[in-house]
Design a protein. Structure first.
Length: 282
């Protein structure tokens, strides 16, 4: 696969710029920073040396996120949890395909590649161009510039709708209108025969009080919606069967510092969750 340094080392540092209407792409820099910070820890929940290299390659003031420990821990905890679910899917379906929605500067393929998985990264055109500049090419990875706000692209992006497919939407659906999230899940369900989906969601407190998030207010992007209860999230994700909802505060509680004491309060415990279930005919 090669490294970022080896494959892209001769290129000058790049200042990431996003067109009007694509400012949400800047949130990818928060998650990139968080994974790089986690990699430096001796007790890292996940190690992503490629994220460290990418931070060094970008002419961007990552110091603006300094002190955002809740965001950093959240990205690390969520990242490891989703890594485990993706690895499990790959073990159950050798040669299956993973569709990474709102890929940003995610490096999950390079962390988990089993030599057989087919990987499809989908994001806004400006972010896809940034990925092409920074990340090494891989034989079983394809990229597509598409807006998740639009419909009609799934059958164009997914080459084999009969193949077992996992759709991953990490840190993205909460920025889309609620109705669009419902429509997107319905489109996946009607297009793909044997699909699974994993995504994260937030509670309404994070939407009403964005200042509770310790890095997002340092960008121009805001959350669009939050779910009220597990039943509410299940209704929103109606096309998804056997939906499992996992509160991220229950993952490695000691890393959450004082926030771990919020877990006995359901309304606070479920302000940040990851949901996983099945779509399609099988």
């Amino acid at each position: 696969m090669g490294s970022v340094a080896a494959d892209r080392g001769c290129r000058p540092p790049l200042t990431p710029r996003f067109p009007p209407g694509e400012a949400v792409a800047e949130t990818a820099l928060i998650t990139l920073w968080a994974r790089a910070e986690e990699t430096h820890r001796p007790d890292a929940l996940l190690r992503d040396p490629m994220a460290v290299a990418l931070c060094e390659r970008l002419a961007y003031d990552f110091a603006r996120f300094r002190g955002g420990w809740k965001s950093q821990v959240g990205v690390a905890v969520r990242g490891r949890y989703i890594d485990e679910r993706v690895a499990d899917f790959m073990a159950r379906h050798p040669g299956g395909q993973v569709v990474n929605l709102g890929a940003g500067l995610d490096t999950r393929f390079h962390r988990l590649d089993d030599g057989r998985v087919r990987w499809i990264d989908v994001d806004l055109p400006a972010m896809i161009a940034l990925r092409a500049y920074l990340l090494p090419a891989a034989e079983r990875v394809t990229t597509h510039g598409a807006s998740l706000l639009c419909s009609g692209w799934i059958d164009r992006v997914v080459p084999d709708v009969d193949r077992p497919t996992l759709f991953v939407a990490e840190g993205v659906l909460m920025f889309l209108p609620r109705r669009r999230v419902q429509a997107l899940l319905a489109e996946i369900a009607t297009t793909c025969v044997a699909a699974e989906v994993i995504f994260d969601a937030i509670g309404p407190l994070m939407v009403r009080c964005p200042w509770l998030h310790d890095t997002l207010p340092r960008t121009t992007t805001r959350f669009a919606w939050g779910f009220r209860t597990s039943a509410d999230l299940t209704r929103l994700a109606a096309p998804v069967r056997d939906l499992v909802i996992r509160a991220m505060l229950d993952e490695t509680p000691t890393r959450w510092r004082w926030m771990r004491w919020l877990r006995p309060i359901p309304a606070l415990r479920h302000q940040f969750v990851v949901a996983h279930g099945r779509l399609g005919e099988r």
